[in-house]
Write a protein that binds this ligand. Structure first.
Ligand code: C2E
Ligand code: CA
Ligand code: CA
Length: 543
């Protein structure tokens, strides 16, 4: 359950993290674009303020020079001085004596000029001067009028063109998109680039714009520069697409890797299928002994999964999955084929040797197992009589009636059928009565209880006497202590397996054990005799 939640959580986390590279690239590009955009408008604003400062300072220089020369009236010397000043440079177009109404009494040509005020006169932050926006009467052109107060109550005034206060420093890529404004501090627009009427200016901005505002440190004006996002983003667009695509690809690969790591059972089912095909399910053999005589009586076949890298997996690691995915039957078939390969030669001349084979619930669903037994053991040198099939009591059989038919078929071939893990489970006495079994294998749980005062201890006795009364053989499983052997011997139990004698053994070790402990019957006729004697012994007592 926890595992499942863990996997789901991992898949969700994996899916989210698949978007991480794209998200990171997006974030970093957007941040980069933002920085570049801010840098662009910031540097435009700084350049504009600097140039305007220089121009105003220059114009101011001219006015202060004229004031120093004592120019303060409309007499011909003063007009001449003003004219010379205008001729010497290109910045200031008109210089004149300005009256208190803001009109030029006389300019460098001696002409008067009347102005409409477009703004209040704003005083400089540092000098005794003011700047205001004006329109000459009869013209629509805005000009800035810079005035220098004189003691006479008049002022010296310089008319500056728009460009003087706002050089158009807007770069090509911002043309038609961005806007730069020079404003007097009262909000009057001195100049706007690209040059257009503020009333008709269409600002193409959505909320995503870069903007920068910078004030002149000396004069009462400031500059605002605004650029729409795509001015910068144009450069980033193709890079962005490529980067997002690559990052998305990396994310996808990451995600697939996570999915691969968490690949569901189906994948492992395939592994089991491949393992079956490759013959990776191999038998280990746990010997069974006669505790009365010490003779080796045979073995129980216990499955192992030998992976291609040589690791050996115990059945607990895979049989549940094999069962759940319907692969228990083919897996057992492949195991039995391996058993025949490894064991038939040794079993040919040793008819007393038994092979116990564990079955699954699936084997009792139909007669396929009978077909498999016939196909695999029929042509082999292992006789049916040497086989014992184990049906476990640990898990309930799903259909007792069908199981009975399968068991009857096994027994009619000559094989024995044992109740495995007797005492642990669901069947109990009912199984013993209904299924028609030959052997009871008493579970380790009860063997462990021998010699203790556990409640399980008396169950060994009842199972033994039950077997006796039904004419069945008993095998004690999981014998680990000599004391247990002693006890079983006293109770008349003959067969036992357990770590005390041997663990499940790989084939070559078990082969050597057989060769040492079970002599071959010498001649064919002797063998045949021996075989019939052993067979009669092994037949169920009730039969
Ligand atoms: P099982 O049929 O009861 O097999 C006996 C298990 O007890 C084996 O574990 C064996 O190694 C272990 N065992 C034997 N003697 C002792 C002992 O003295 N002390 C202890 N602690 N353990 C002992 P293994 O091989 O791990 O198998 C576990 C179970 O897996 C088996 O229990 C059986 O239910 C199942 N199994 C194994 N092979 C097959 C198979 O080919 N087919 C089926 N259907 N089930 C199998
Ligand atoms: Ca068993
Ligand atoms: Ca068992």
């Amino acid at each position: 359950m926890f595992n499942k939640f863990f996997k789901i959580a991992l898949i969700i986390a994996g899916t989210c993290s698949a978007f991480l590279p794209s998200y990171a690239v997006h974030q970093s590009l957007v941040k980069n674009a933002q920085e570049q955009g801010e840098e662009l408008v910031g540097s435009i604003a700084a350049t504009m303020v600097a140039r305007a400062d220089v121009n105003v300072t220059r114009a101011l220089g001219m006015l202060s020079e004229l004031a120093l020369q004592g120019v303060n009236s409309c007499d011909s010397d003063d007009i001449f001085a003003m004219r010379r000043m205008v001729y010497e440079q290109f910045l200031v177009q008109e210089i004149g004596i300005v009256d208190s109404a803001g009109n030029i009494k006389c300019n460098q040509f001696g002409d008067p000029a009347n102005f409409y005020e477009n703004s209040r006169g704003l005083r400089s932050r540092t000098e005794n001067i003011s700047i205001k926006m004006v329109k000459r009467v009869g013209s629509s052109e805005l000009r800035s009028l810079l005035t220098w107060d004189l003691a006479s109550g008049y002022s010296l005034g310089a008319i500056l063109p728009g460009e003087a206060l706002a050089d158009d420093v807007i770069p090509e890529k911002m043309r038609g998109k961005g806007v730069a404004l020079t404003l007097l501090d009262d909000g009057t627009i001195l100049y706007m680039a690209p040059e257009q009427n503020i009333a008709t200016a269409e600002l193409p901005f959505d909320e995503r714009i870069f903007s920068s505002s910078l004030s002149s440190s000396r004069f009462p004006f400031h500059v605002i520069v605004m650029a729409p996002y795509d001015v910068i983003w144009e450069d980033f667009d193709s890079l962005y697409n490529k980067a997002i695509f690559s990052a998305g690809f990396i994310g996808l690969v990451l995600w697939l890797l996570i999915l691969y790591a968490l690949r569901p059972k189906k994948q492992r089912t395939n592994e089991i299928e491949e393992g079956i095909e490759a013959g990776e399910f191999i038998p280990y053999y746990q010997p069974t002994f006669d505790v009365q005589t010490g003779a080796l009586m045979g073995c129980e076949v216990l499955i192992r999964w030998r992976k291609p890298d040589g690791t050996i997996l115990p059945p607990g690691a895979f049989i549940g999955l094999a069962e759940a995915t319907g692969l228990a039957v083919p897996m057992t078939r492949s195991l039995m084929i391996n058993v025949v390969d490894e064991m038939e030669d040794l079993h040919e001349g040793r008819p007393s040797l038994k092979l116990g084979i564990n079955l699954f619930d699936d084997h009792f669903e139909n007669l396929d197992i009978i077909k498999d037994i016939k196909e695999i053991f029929g042509p082999s040198k292992i006789s049916y009589k040497q086989l014992m099939f184990e049906v476990t009591e640990r898990q309930p059989l799903s259909d007792i009636d069908r199981a009975r038919i399968v068991i009857r078929n096994m027994r009619s071939l000559g094989a024995q059928v044992a109740l495995d893990d007797a005492g642990t489970g669901h069947g109990g006495l009912a199984y013993l009565q209904q299924l028609g079994l030959d052997v009871i294998k008493i579970d380790k749980l009860f063997i462990d209880a021998i010699g203790t005062d556990s409640l399980s201890a008396p169950i060994v006795d009842s199972l033994i006497s039950l077997a006796e009364s039904l004419g069945m053989d008993v095998v004690a499983e999981g014998v680990e202590e000599p004391l247990q052997v002693e006890y079983l011997r006293e109770k008349g139990v003959r067969l036992a397996q357990g770590y005390l004698f041997a663990k499940p053994l790989p084939v070559d070790v078990y082969k050597r054990l057989i060769e040492k402990m079970v002599p071959l019957s010498k001649r064919p006729e002797e063998r045949r005799k021996e075989q019939s004697r052993v067979t009669q012994q092994a037949l169920p007592k009730a039969a």
